[in-house]
Structures are given as structure tokens and as C-alpha cells.
Design a protein around this ligand. Structure first.
Ligand code: C2E
Ligand code: MG
Ligand code: MG
Ligand code: MG
Length: 292
């Protein structure tokens, strides 16, 4: 009897596993189609200066406009795309799209902003990103200073030696670089000084608890000070409240992004925001940054 029950359970697990790998396969095939059929869309989240309050750029964040499932967020397909290698064509598509879009905004006479594009470690290893970025800039006519690349700290540290080399070449093209999700990937400080990186982006997990958790606040402050010591800028992601904004601003953080100002928007909505020159308003009680 006990044996029978175990057998049933085995069948149950096997069926569940089959269903799961089937779902995965479907997702993978769907994603492959999505890249070819232009089902992907890029949304743009404003990046703001904490000194002037102005929009200085936008982070390009991919979404999948699925014919049945609606708008699918990257957390649901980027990890799979990384596993099966589809991240390479997907990432190239996002990079080309974002550069083309930013060039169109400039041609339309909007304020000049930069566009920040996420790269995955897999992409970085599979192709010569510097060559690719260079040719996409040439093809779209976007000035290199208007493109920024974001690589997560853990991706950087996975092959730090290759990254050192790539950052030097990117610097040659004047493409800026941000280390994303900083504080979660155990950087070797020894490498950090060798990178030609422009920005450290404080991971949103620290920003979320910055007001109420002393450790998160301490880590955020350490990242800001580390960035400045290495002549980099610090940007905070995931800013949702005025208290967080004021805290970061008083502590000399340079830039921010977050729902407090805006979530990632369809291109047309971001464009409208840029056209209206929408800004962050600082309350008079928040201290002005003291940096020279
Ligand atoms: P990320 O690069 O760290 O991007 C920031 C994420 O935080 C975005 O989520 C953004 O919508 C979200 N966010 C921004 N402000 C706030 C806030 O105030 N509160 C909260 N709760 N969230 C906020 P999203 O768009 O879902 O993207 C998730 C991740 O997917 C990205 O994290 C990035 O790692 C990856 N991703 C997105 N697009 C691409 C892409 O084109 N290529 C690659 N390789 N990865 C991408
Ligand atoms: Mg990012
Ligand atoms: Mg990030
Ligand atoms: Mg993040």
C-alpha cells in the first residue's frame, strides 16, 4: 500500500515536471518569435539629477507585449533568455531600439538626454559589446555621450579581468558605464579602482530600507562615498518616497530613479514628459547638496 502511494507521488512529480519543462519550452519558443515579430517593447524610466532636479536620461527596460498574456515584465523572461542564449539577440534588439529612439528625440528638438541600456553577463561574454555598440551608434547616428551601458555588479565580477579591458575600450568610444545593483555582488575593491566606470548604482534593496534600517543607510552612504572617492557618480534606484529622496540628497547622492518621480513609461509618454521639461521639485526643508 505504502509502495502504491509512493508510486502515485512519483507519477505526480513527473507529470508536474513535464508540465513545467513544457511551459518553459513554450516560453522559449514564444520569446524567439517575439524577437522576430517585434512583440518586445522598450519602456523608459526617467533618471534625474539630485542637484538640478532635471531629467538627465532614461533607463531602457524591456517588456514583452504577449498576444495572450498582455504585458510581461522582464523578471519573467530575462532569466530564461539568459539561460537559453536568446539574451544575445534580445539585448542587441534593445540596444538598437533605444539608440534609435534617443536619436529620434534629439532630431525632434527635445532636451538632450542619455539612454541607459542593461547588458547581461552572457551577452558580454558572447559578443564584442564594444564593437556592437560602436556599430549601432554609427548606424543610428546617436552621439556616444548619449549612450550608457549598465552591467550588474555580479556580472562584472564574474569576469573582472575581461571587464577591465572592455571598460578601457568603451572609454575610448566615450560610452559611459554604470555598475548596476551595486552592493549585492561582493565587488573586489581592488578591481574597482582599475575599472573606467562612471557610476555606481545603489541597489534598490538598500534604498527601500534607507530610512528605517541603520545598516541599509550605512551601506548606501558607504557606496556614495566610495563612488566619490573613485571619482565616480552615485545613483540610487528604487526611490519611492520623499523621505528617501531627501535623505539621499542630503547625503550627496548625485542622481536617482524611482516611482517617486515616475515608473518606466512607453516611449511616447516619456517623450511628453521630456517635452514639458518635467522636474523633481525639492521641498524647501531639504538641505542642498554641499559638494563643489
Ligand atoms: P534593473 O536594471 O535594476 O532595473 C531597475 C528595475 O527596478 C526595473 O524593473 C524598474 O522598473 C524597477 N524600479 C525602478 N524604480 C522603482 C521603484 O521606485 N520601486 C520599485 N519597486 N521598483 C522600481 P523591471 O523593468 O521589471 O526590470 C527588472 C530587471 O530586468 C532590471 O533590473 C534588469 O536587470 C532586467 N532588464 C530589464 N530590461 C533589460 C534588458 O533590456 N536587458 C537585460 N539584460 N536586462 C534587462
Ligand atoms: Mg539597470
Ligand atoms: Mg538596477
Ligand atoms: Mg536592480
Amino acid at each position: 500500500k505504502a509502495k502504491g502511494a509512493g508510486g502515485d507521488r512519483f507519477h505526480f512529480y513527473a507529470a508536474e515536471m513535464n508540465a513545467r519543462s513544457l511551459e518553459r519550452l513554450e516560453l522559449e519558443n514564444g520569446l524567439r518569435r517575439a524577437i522576430d515579430n517585434d512583440e518586445l517593447v522598450v519602456h523608459y524610466q526617467p533618471l534625474l539629477s539630485l542637484r538640478t532636479g532635471e531629467i538627465i536620461g532614461a533607463e531602457a527596460l524591456v517588456r514583452w507585449q504577449h498576444p495572450e498574456r498582455g504585458l510581461v515584465m522582464p523578471g519573467e523572461f530575462i532569466p530564461l533568455a539568459e539561460e537559453c542564449g536568446l539574451i544575445v539577440p534580445l539585448g542587441e534588439w534593445v540596444l538598437r531600439n533605444a539608440c534609435r529612439q534617443n536619436k529620434a528625440w534629439q532630431a525632434g528638438g527635445l532636451p538632450t538626454v542619455k539612454v541607459a541600456v542593461n547588458l547581461s553577463a552572457r551577452q558580454f561574454a558572447a559578443q564584442d559589446i564594444v564593437l556592437l555598440a560602436g556599430s549601432i551608434l554609427e548606424e543610428t547616428g546617436l552621439p556616444p555621450a548619449c549612450l550608457e551601458l549598465e552591467l550588474t555588479e555580479s556580472a562584472v565580477m564574474a569576469d573582472a579581468e575581461a571587464f577591465v579591458h572592455a571598460t578601457e575600450r568603451l572609454k575610448g568610444l566615450s560610452i559611459a558605464l554604470t555598475i548596476d545593483d551595486f552592493g549585492t555582488g561582493f565587488s573586489s575593491l581592488n578591481y574597482l579602482k582599475r575599472f573606467s566606470v562612471d557610476r555606481l548604482k545603489i541597489d534598490q534593496s538598500f534604498v527601500r530600507d534607507i530610512i528605517h534600517d541603520a545598516n541599509s543607510a550605512a551601506i548606501a552612504l558607504a557606496i556614495i562615498s566610495l563612488a566619490h572617492s573613485l571619482k565616480m557618480l552615485a545613483i540610487a534606484e528604487g526611490v519611492e518616497t520623499e523621505a528617501q529622496l531627501n535623505f539621499l540628497r542630503a547625503r550627496d547622492c548625485d542622481e536617482m530613479q524611482g516611482f517617486y518621480f515616475s515608473k518606466a513609461l512607453p516611449a511616447a509618454e516619456f517623450e511628453a514628459m521630456l517635452r514639458q521639461r518635467r522636474k523633481l521639485e525639492f521641498s524647501s526643508t531639504s538641505r542642498l547638496p554641499q559638494r563643489t
